[in-house]
Design a binder for this molecule. Structure first.
Ligand code: BG6
Length: 494
């Protein structure tokens, strides 16, 4: 594995801990090694020292033997990514040396954890130096971190550039949400059971809500985030993955392209907004100062590396329509934001009310209808809410839950979310990675919104206090359809 951008946060927080977990569970072969590549000129020993110290911080109960195993298999080389020759010749030499030393059969995968503007350039140089060619049965694969493009034009351009030097089957566009167990479980839940699928459509479902909320602000990432914003950062990637898995038709098999064909159809069925739709069906917000868990929290505009008059949104909510037979007239409400009251990702399937209110006139009428909630994080599980009679001589109904909790049933799984994805790349399974057409279809939906938001700067920013559920307009988005976000109809049950 060759990691470009290896001195960054991702390598220490996610990639190395994920490799460690894979090795611990016996999923890494003996003949495996990592070459870390960064701009800094460091000795391998210095890099090893640092990464092992980080590893000990990010994993629980590190195993001494395993740590040593990693140390022996980690190498570093540094230099200028723009330099056509030197760095890439060094990498080539090091690959040869490492393969000999660890008896590695020259299968390489390159992880581009660099800023996205370097993707095409670095891949091009790998190619130019003969390191992308698959010869004598050896494979060469490339993982690209998000964001893949910043709008439809740049995503298409990047796909075109990569397409000139690589085969699509060598390209793995990663989205770490697909590495989450509960996200993968959406497919098993839907297609491994027979009782849900018959009601998973417009005849029974009133609407779907997806919330991805975070308590965190932008921390040290202001430089990136201020140019990206909540919509680009979370929606065409993470949230669209949740939508496709929730909404797709059953695939004909679990082969990568069979699954991705169905996901792609959903992305193409999401209706792009005309400019006037943006005004009605999209809401943006930016946090001002506030309080989270009794701690004072600064306004977005006073965060590090954020412009003082920044117009970047830290909250976005959309009402989407999926125009196909299954989902016509079933709105998908999605929202994401920073500095909200809780870290929570969930998908709520709100079923229609019973056709006849037999209990009219009692408190029953006020009850919300059946709801299925897929809790992606932090407390992974699934809850089905339904009405039940409260014992007593008068008819009084309350809502009760049937609850499945991952940890209760399967015990705690220690995972960064990257394990499965790295493993799949090594074994050549691209099911959980995005294809070129999927990325483009996602930007196709999002780009018109970005255009309108850029053309008409928000006049009311900041428009929500840190520690609240976003701007009032986000509630209004549902209220005008006679609906409410789940957190406002019940105490968050997880
Ligand atoms: C990243 C975004 O892709 O996902 C971050 O760039 C965000 O802004 C993060 O915080 C959320 O991931 P998770 O796994 O913590 O929900």
């Amino acid at each position: 594995m060759v990691i470009f951008g290896a001195t960054g946060d991702l390598t220490k927080r996610k990639l190395f801990p994920a490799l460690y977990n894979l090795a611990k569970d016996g999923f890494l072969p003996e003949n495996f090694a990592v070459i870390a590549v960064g701009r800094q000129e460091l000795e391998t020993d210095d890099f090893r020292h640092q990464i092992i110290a980080d590893l000990k911080e990010f994993i629980e109960t590190p195993d001494k033997k395993l740590i040593e195993w990693f140390e022996e298999r980690t190498y570093y080389t540094g230099g200028d990514f723009d330099d056509d020759k030197k760095l890439f010749t060094d990498i080539k030499d090091l690959l040869r040396e490492v393969c000999q030393k660890h008896d590695i059969p020259e299968n390489f995968f390159y992880y581009l954890a660099t800023p996205p503007q370097l993707f095409a350039n670095v891949a091009g140089k790998i190619h130019k130096n003969g390191l992308s060619k698959e010869e004598e049965g050896h494979w060469r694969r490339f993982i690209f971190e998000k964001p893949f493009g910043r709008d439809i034009e740049s995503a298409k351009k990047l796909n075109r550039e990569l397409g000139k030097i690589l085969n699509e089957r060598q390209i793995y566009r990663i989205d770490h949400y697909l590495g989450k167990e509960t996200v993968q479980n959406i497919l098993v839940f839907r297609f491994g059971n027979s009782i849900f699928e018959p009601i998973w459509n417009r005849n029974f479902i009133d609407h779907v809500q997806i919330t991805v909320s975070e308590e965190l602000g932008v921390e040290t990432r202001g430089g990136y985030y201020d140019k990206a914003g909540a919509l680009r950062d979370m929606i065409p990637n993470h949230i669209f993955q949740l939508i496709t898995l929730t909404a797709m038709e059953p695939p004909v098999s679990f082969e990568a392209d069979a699954v991705r064909d169905e996901q792609s159809k959903i992305l193409h069925a999401i209706q792009p907004f005309a400019p006037e739709d943006v005004l009605h069906n999209a809401v943006r917000g930016q946090y001002g100062a506030g309080e989270i868990e009794e701690k004072k929290s600064a306004a977005y505009r006073s965060e590090q590396s954020v412009a003082l008059q920044s117009n970047t949104e830290t909250f976005a909510a959309l009402k989407l329509s999926i125009d196909n037979w299954r989902w016509a007239d079933v709105p998908f409400y999605i929202r994401t934001g920073k500095r909200l009251p809780a870290k929570r990702t969930d998908v709520t399937i709100q079923f229609k009310k019973a056709p006849l209110m037999l209990f009219r006139g009692t408190s029953v009428e006020k009850l919300t209808t059946n709801r299925l909630v897929i809790h992606v994080q932090p407390n992974e599980g699934i809850t089905l809410h339904f009405g039940a009679k409260i014992p007593g001589p008068i008819v009084n109904m309350g809502t009760v839950d049937m609850d499945f909790d991952y940890v209760d049933h399967f015990g705690e799984q220690i995972s960064t979310g990257y394990e499965r994805l790295l493993y799949d790349c090594m074994t050549g399974d691209a099911t959980l990675f995005q294809r070129a057409d999927m990325v483009e279809a996602s930007w196709q939906v999002v780009s018109p919104i970005l255009d309108v938001w850029q053309a008409i700067p928000a006049r009311d920013f900041p428009n929500y206090e840190a520690g609240t559920w976003g701007p009032a307009d986000a509630d209004e988005l549902l209220a005008k359809d006679g609906r409410k976000w789940r957190n406002t109809i019940e105490v968050i049950e997880k």
